[in-house]
Design a binder for this molecule. Structure first.
Ligand code: ATP
Ligand code: MG
Length: 390
């Protein structure tokens, strides 16, 4: 018996050109994500993509796990692909689905007959398979209205597929259909979740991290790596650009009013991110900010950072509560990494009394004391690039 994986596309509302680019990007993403697991074929037909391994060495468990995190997939299931022969189907079904059948107390059978030349009609297939299952598992009953398990027999062109219930996919849009954006990633809880949310809408992620050694330790850069590796399980490979930020922070600390420190620092982050993002062909900046979470995340502060950005600044968490964000960060498995206790560059020089509603001209005046162009170009020159993969 050969085992395959059947994958159903998401976002059914898509039409025309969008639909075909959605499907071809999704198929490419699936190929790329499963590549290291062995040889296999990916076949597209209507709204189903079939993954067909060449031999037994293909790790189906791992493949299933990876598929569960690929955006653009509504549902998926493993299936047995057998000869289109009723005897084989009747013999295989109770064996192949034995685990699920043991755990269910009711079931029903559905037949889909794409090959109209198959000698039995759908109701006859259901009847015969139902009987074979009842014989093999005396504890189970038929319930056509609300069964614990639905067994599906699909008679296709080349083979018959046998499978149980579909598992829920990651949803969203295939990464690559939504453009590219630069994610500002700290070591905190929020920014990895923000990146995940944009990847879910099909956006390719580049990441920008500001590090201030020796005030921030190599362990906090490690943390960013580990966080991105978790996000990459959903988004695919992420290019990380680490910006040396110490000189800028020291200059702000020495030359600007303390209560404006955080805001001015954020404006420099934004200016540098714009330069890096544009070089990479990104169309937006993404941050993990949410209104009111901390003093630097007021609308006034956001307006002030936006005013130095040419690219739109997307803040997918803007209206979420911290606990809602935490739920997502646990779901994508970044929470435990985010709470590791290491300094972020933002916490290093945090002022005691940050200004909540600083005036624009005040900030601009304070920034005049900095040699902006030189500071920015030195930071950009010192950027370190790496690829973070899943
Ligand atoms: P997070 O949990 O994402 O760190 P936070 O609640 O700690 O967020 P801030 O520290 O105010 O909030 O940061 C707000 C946003 O600014 C972050 O979500 C991130 O997008 C960006 N940011 C903060 N620090 C850095 C950094 N060192 N490098 C890159 N981006 C950063
Ligand atoms: Mg932070």
């Amino acid at each position: 018996m050969k085992e395959i994986i059947l994958i159903k596309n998401g976002e059914l509302a898509l039409k025309g050109l969008n639909r075909s680019s959605f499907e071809s990007t999704l198929a490419k993403n699936i190929k790329r994500r499963l590549q290291s697991l062995g040889k296999f074929k990916v076949i597209r037909s209507q709204s189903t993509i079939t993954v067909e391994p060449f031999d037994e060495s293909f790790d189906m468990e791992e493949a299933e796990d990876r598929i569960s995190r690929i955006f653009g997939i509504a549902g998926y299931e493993r299936a047995a692909a057998v000869e289109k022969d009723m005897e084989v189907i009747l013999k295989t079904t109770p064996v192949y689905l034995s685990e699920a059948l043991k755990n269910a107390s009711t079931f029903k059978v559905e037949a889909k007959r794409a090959d109209k030349t198959f000698p039995l009609k759908s109701p006859e297939i259901c009847c015969d398979v139902g009987e074979a299952v009842l014989n093999a598992f005396p504890h189970i009953r038929v319930d056509v209205k609300n069964p614990d398990l639905t067994i599906v027999i699909e008679i296709r062109e080349n083979a018959a597929y046998i499978h149980g219930d579909q598992k829920k996919g990651a949803g969203g849009m295939p990464v690559g259909t939504g453009g590219k954006a630069a994610l500002l990633i700290s070591g905190g809880i929020d920014s990895p979740v923000a990146g995940w949310m944009m990847a879910k809408r099909g956006v390719v992620l580049n990441a920008v991290h500001f590090a201030s050694p020796p005030f921030t330790s190599p362990m906090s850069e490690m943390k960013v790596h580990d966080l991105l590796a978790k996000v990459a399980k959903y988004s695919g490979t992420i290019k990380l650009m680490t910006v040396p930020f110490t000189e800028i922070q020291e200059n702000i600390r020495d030359k600007c009013p303390e209560e404006l420190f955080t805001l001015i620092m954020r404006r420099y982050m934004m200016r540098i991110s714009n330069i890096l993002a544009e070089k990479e062909g990104c169309e937006a900046i993404v941050t993990g900010e949410s209104v009111g979470q901390v003093a630097s995340q007021t609308l006034t502060a956001m307006m002030s950072t936006d005013s130095v950005s040419r690219l739109p600044v997307l803040r997918p968490l803007v209206g979420m509560d911290k606990n809602e964000i935490v739920v997502l960060s646990r779901k994508i498995d970044t929470f435990d990494i985010s709470i590791r206790p290491f300094e972020d560059c933002c916490t290093v020089f945090t002022p005691k009394h940050p200004r909540l509603h600083p005036k624009a001209d005040e900030i601009e005046k304070a920034e005049l004391s900095l040699d902006s162009d030189a500071l920015i170009s030195r930071a950009v020159e010192g950027v370190k690039q790496e690829l973070i993969t899943f």
